[in-house]
Ligand binder design. Sequence first.
Ligand code: SDX
Length: 436
Amino acid sequence: MKLADNKATLSFSDGKPSIDLPMYQGTVGPDVIDIRKLYGQTGMFTYDPGFLSTASCQSAITYIDGDKGELLYRGYPIEQLATNCDFMETCHLLLYGNLPDAAGKEDFTKRVTNHTMVNEQMQFFLRGFRRDAHPMAIMTGLVGALSAFYHDSTDINNPQHREISALRLIAKMPTLVAMAYKYSMGQPYMYPKNNLSYAGNFMHMMFATPCEEYVVNPVIERAMDRIFVLHADHEQNASTSTVRLCGSSGTNPFAAIAAGVACLWGPAHGGANEACLNMLEDIQKTGGIAKVGEFMEQVKDKNSGVKLMGFGHRVYKNYDPRAKLMQETCKEVLAALGLENDPLFKLAMALEKIALEDDYFVSRKLYPNVDFYSGIVQRAIGIPVNMFTGVFALARTVGWIAQLNEMISDPEYKIGRPRQLFTGSVKRDVLPISQR
Ligand code: SDX
């Protein structure tokens, strides 16, 4: 980051001396006001719950222009990556800052593939869960449990440890997500197959059984890979910020990623894809497109507590570019499966059309986000609704790791420790219980 010529002056109406605060510029996007010395100079904190106006770090990984609806991974537009690259190339880009050449891609893919199996002991963790446990409950446990198996790579300050744990996490997430699914189905786990692509291997572990050959459908495989690319990273979102804050204590990478999985589960974040599909199915059950008008009135009624899941975003005040690409993928997959008339897809398109013409949504700049269509395409592929967020976590793992590694490699990083505006009781004495 570069010191800006401009600087900010903070003055106080009660005559306290004003202070000058340095400003910094990035390569693109808003400048920042450096408030690190504010407390030392004024004895006051800034106040920004939800971090609406706060840059928590400097980063060179992902850039979002919310007004334009633009998303760049290391400078490359998501539209070009989703069309011209696959998930392994995208992982290489996010982790190392550049797209690999053919040899580099082959080497990276081989290094990931060699780590797709999990320790045989991992299967015994699953036995402790009910068969109907939510897959994200299982994933939160399994990812954290990985740190119990890799004592050789838990020192987050060791670059070699960071490298090997990155490969292990990227490689093992599909295996763990598929195991959570098989466990819920009462079916045997399928081991990874090293001759399959990353997406093809995931589909094999999810849908194959020992009873017959499973042939990966190339259209679905490509769609699965694109879903991974679209979910790979997204700047300082809630789960990435969780991973950074958790990792800032020096804990091991597996524990930090497990914290990200737990945060992503929430319906306001990665859990929105599951919530969106459930919303669409509820509308479908109660009358479908004929009921959309009534549903939208509920959404606009603040007291109803009903939100249009898959819509709105803290940063995008325009169409989420991932939603557009996901809609295209939806069309491709539904056509390939002969499901062009999928009622839920038609319902989602009708909801989107109405919302984009309704002043409630237009005035609040609410557009479809990545979660609005992702559930429909995953459901068409055969992934159950309660597995959607697990797929999101699988794809986002590379982004979490890239962000964590960037933080640890930043000489300026410290353990994150925000302060507060205290509104509780001032000091008071404990009275004997007989006098309380
Ligand atoms: C992801 O941060 C990321 O980058 C996340 C993510 C990633 O890749 O990591 O992009 C992934 O989490 C996408 C978002 C998935 N969540 C949902 O789809 C859940 C539904 N969306 C909302 O909960 C909401 O839009 C958020 C949480 C996504 C954003 O909330 P903000 O930025 O805090 O905005 P807000 O709640 O203050 O909303 C502003 C206004 C409010 O109305 P007013 O009080 O101004 O009258 O818009 C309304 C909100 O009530 N609003 C909605 C709405 N989202 C916002 N009203 C109806 N339906 C919605 N979905």
